[in-house]
Design a protein around this ligand. Structure first.
Ligand code: UD1
Length: 347
C-alpha cells in the first residue's frame, strides 16, 4: 500500500514509517515540524535506505494538503499529527481543540474528495478515563461516561467519535482506531527515538536524561498508590512493537467491517520503580530518584488486555523491557536528534 503518514516526523510516526518500509509498503510523509525535526526524515531514510517523499505542511492548511492528495497516489492515511502535551492542553485547551480536530477533519474531507477510504488513527489509553479497571478491554466505554481528564484526551475521544460517525454514514470508509498504552524505547540504530523539547513530562525520557547526567534525579510522583510498591503502574510498550501494530492493522482494510478498535499494549503492568530498576540493570547506570507528591490527574494502574489485537491482527508485543531501556539509553547517548543536528552544523 502507499500510505500518507500525517505527523510522520514524530516519535511514533517515524518508527511506523520504518516498519511500513520493511514490510514492503511505501509512504508519503507530511509534517509541519512543530514538535519534530527534518533530521528525523533524514535518519529514517538512512535506516530504510530509500528516499521518503516529505512535505513540510500543516494538516490544517487545506490548500497545501490538497496539493499532496492531487500529486501523490494514496491508498490509506495514518493520522499521527496533533499536539500531545497533557499539561499544556489543560492550560491552553482551545489550541488543542483547534489543531487536533481541525487537522483530522481536513484530512477526512480531502480523503473524501480524492476517493481515499482507509484511515488509521493514533488514539490513546487516555480515552479510557480515570475509573477504568485494568486490564482494560476495548469494550470499556469512557466516551459514554465522560471520564476523560484533560483536553488532549478529549480530542482523542472526539476524533474517535468523528471516525465512528463517518463509518456509519459512508459504507466505503474504513477506520482503524489504535489505542496506545505507554510507548517507550527507540529504534535499535539509535537514529530515531523520543526527543521532547525541554524537560520531559513522561517517565522514560526523563529517566534517560538522568541516566546521561543531563538531569540530576527523577521525581517519582507518589509511592502511596494501591500498587505492589506504591508507585504508578503502566503498560510500557516498545515503540517498534507499536509501529508493527500499525502494519498489522493495515489488513483490516481487506475485511468486511468498516470500523476496528484495538488496544496496543503488552498487557503487563510495570511500576515506576520497576522501570527505574530495569533501566539501571540494562545499562549499568545509577538512576537517582526522590519520592515526591502525586502528580495531579494521575491514576494508580493502567494496563490493557491486548487479546483482541493479538487474535485479530496476529500481532503481539515482543520486545522486552531490557530492550526498551537499552534502546532508550542508546538514543539518548547519541544525543537525541537536536544534538546530532548541532554536530552536523559544526562539521
Ligand atoms: C501520559 C498521559 C497520556 C499520554 C501518555 C503518552 C497524563 C495524565 N497522561 O500517560 O495521556 O497518552 O503520557 O505516553 O499525563 N512519573 C514519575 N515521574 C516523572 C514522570 C512520570 O513518577 O517524572 C510516573 C507517573 O506518575 C506515572 C508513570 O510515571 O505513574 C508514567 O507517567 P507518564 O510517562 O507521564 O505516562 P502517563 O501518565 O501514563
Amino acid at each position: 500500500m502507499r500510505v500518507l503518514v500525517a505527523g510522520g516526523a514524530g516519535y511514533i510516526g517515524s518508527h511506523t514509517i520504518v516498519e511500513l518500509y520493511k514490510s514492503g509498503h511505501r509512504v508519503v510523509c507530511v509534517d509541519n515540524l512543530y514538535n519534530s525535526k527534518h533530521k528525523v526524515i533524514k535518519n529514517v531514510e538512512e535506516i530504510v535506505k530509500a528516499k521518503i517523499p516529505f512535505y513540510k505542511i500543516d494538516c490544517c492548511d487545506k490548500k497545501k494538503l490538497e496539493s499532496v492528495f492531487k500529486k501523490e497516489k494514496i491508498d490509506a492515511v495514518i493520522m499521527f499529527q496533533g499536539y500531545k502535551a497533557v499539561g499544556e492542553s489543560v492550560k491552553i485547551p482551545i489550541k488543542y481543540y483547534r489543531n487536533n480536530i481541525d487537522s483530522a477533519l481536513t484530512i477526512i474531507e480531502l480523503m473524501d474528495k480524492y476517493d481515499v477510504h482507509n484511515i488509521m488513527f493514533s488514539s490513546s489509553a487516555t480515552v479510557y478515563g480515570k475509573s477504568a479497571k485494568s486490564p482494560i478491554k476495548e469494550t470499556y466505554d469512557a466516551l459514554e461516561l465522560n471520564e476523560i481528564t484533560n483536553p488532549y484526551g478529549e480530542t482523542k475521544a472526539m476524533i474517535e467519535k468523528i471516525l465512528m460517525d463517518k463509518t456509519i454514514a459512508d459504507s466505503k470508509f474504513k477506520a482503524v482506531i489504535l489505542r496506545y498504552f505507554n510507548p517507550v524505547g527507540a529504534h535499535e540504530s539509535g537514529l530515531i527515538g523520543e526527543d521532547p523539547n525541554g524537560i520531559p513530562n513522561n517517565l522514560m525520557p526523563y529517566i534517560a536524561k538522568v541516566a546521561t547526567g543531563k538531569l540530576p534525579y527523577l521525581n517519582v510522583f507518589g509511592n502511596d498508590y494501591k500498587t505492589k510498591d506504591g508507585t504508578g503502574v503502566r503498560d510500557y510498550i516498545h515503540v517498534v512493537d507499536l509501529a508493527r501494530g500499525h502494519v498489522a492493522a493495515l489488513k483490516c482494510y481487506n475485511k468486511k467491517q468498516n470500523l476496528y478498535v484495538y488496544n496496543l499494549g503488552t498487557g503487563k503492568g510495570t511500576s515506576v520503580l520497576d522501570l527505574v530498576n530495569a533501566y539501571e540493570k540494562a545499562n549499568d547506570k545509577k538512576i537517582n530518584y526522590k519520592i515526591v507528591g502525586r502528580r495531579a490527574g494521575d491514576i494508580d494502574k493502567l494496563y490493557c488486555n491486548p487479546t483482541k489485537a493479538n487474535n485479530e491482527l496476529k500481532w503481539k508485543a515482543k520486545l522486552d523491557i531490557v530492550n526498551m531501556c537499552k534502546t532508550s539509553y542508546k538514543f539518548e547517548t547519541k544525543g537525541g536528534l537536536g544534538c546530532q543536528e548541532k554536530k552536523q552544523k559544526k562539521k
